[in-house]
Design a protein around this ligand. Sequence first.
Ligand SMILES: *Cc1c(COP(=O)(O)O)cnc(C)c1O
Length: 452
Amino acid sequence: MDVEEAALVADADRRATDYLRGIEQRRVYPDQRALDGLERFDERIPDYGRPGTETLALLDEAGTPATVATNGPRYFGFVVGAALPVAAAAERLMLAWDQGAALAMTSPAAARIEQVAAEWLLDILDLPRGSAVGFGTSATACSLTLLTAARDRLLANAGWDVAARGVFGAPPIRVVVPETVHVTILKALRVLGFGTEQLVRAATDAHGRIDPAALPPLDARTLVIIQAGEVNTGEFDRFAEIIPLAKAAGAWVHVDGAFGLWARASAHRDLTEGIEGADSWTVDGHKWLNTPYDCAMAICRDPEALARAMNSDAAYAEGSRHAQKNLTLEFSRRARGIPVWAALRTLGRDGVAAMVERHVAQAQWLADRLRGEGFEVLNRVVLNQLVVRGRDDAETAAIRLGAERSGEVWFGPTVWQGRPAFRLSLSSWRTEDSDVVQLADVLIRVRAQVRG
Ligand SMILES: *Cc1c(COP(=O)(O)O)cnc(C)c1O
């Protein structure tokens, strides 16, 4: 490493440290001035190279002010957490390593650590030991890989080899999704050749959970997708009733547990009762576990099914069913299991449970406070999510915008059962009780301003 490289790395570290030092004080959503400052990036590609330090300075000076403080304590949007210091620090070290973590041959260190992370994950989530775990970029990508495995397995059972014969002309597969299915599942299904109009939508109850009595017919050519943590309400499907029915019929059951699966590692484990009977599970790292972005896990009871669906073995790169390249979409890839390992090792079982339990308690406190102040909380709060309304649609929208402009907090809009609302997620390790009090105070203050 030459002097220039050392200076650049040190400069990046200093700027990153400064950013984190100010993370609690900075505006959560950038103001107009910061957004206008993004114009500085509108330059033409330089004809001749420039010093790296200058590029980094521009990134910091114009980019930093326009960031959203997702890494801070008062970002309540999208069920995403901040980045745990140790998980982010592990990623920093990984950047220096620059491992292509496709298989053990390309990075023995990454392969071993990801193997440990996989075992720990099955342990802490109490899912079938021996399941395959792929560390992918997102719940979207991980659900795509698992639904591919499901489709291919169901068709193989029907005597159709997808890898050889393709999907066109294959026997039909019935795909059952809840009415409240997450949009990224629809995307994954579209990619796999299941059109949105072909899906069977299972009726859901007032909480957004599938009504087991209203399930459509299930058989050995059915793929059933259920949820651990509905994206608005945080509700859980009734696994103990649905999964045995589906399994008895020979169906494949996939669980979208992007954030909610972590409840299983806490005192709220009851919510997930029976979930271990499914065939595949998706869970994010970058949401409730608070790893940096681009981190999720695909868990498959049948390791062969996933490894066959994602196989990319070549004469020069054989990995069978243990290589991450055969369990994820990527071939060249970052070792996304390492931040998971770092988070689990540093939090421990106790720390994961404490984080989840604290957020659930904060959500319940917030719901009580807001109800007491006359807000309408549309869901019963079983997890870390609230769906809230003002007096009418216009007031609801105005409160959300006013809160965003305050710079103190941020959360996004939603529509729940046809009614516009806003959604508050408690999922950042940095969120203290005082931040939740501040959120409630902002909502009450902004509503008073809106009412004039
Ligand atoms: C966020 C979310 C997803 C998608 O996760 P990404 O990691 O953003 O792809 C899927 N399902 C549910 C329930 C979610 O909350």
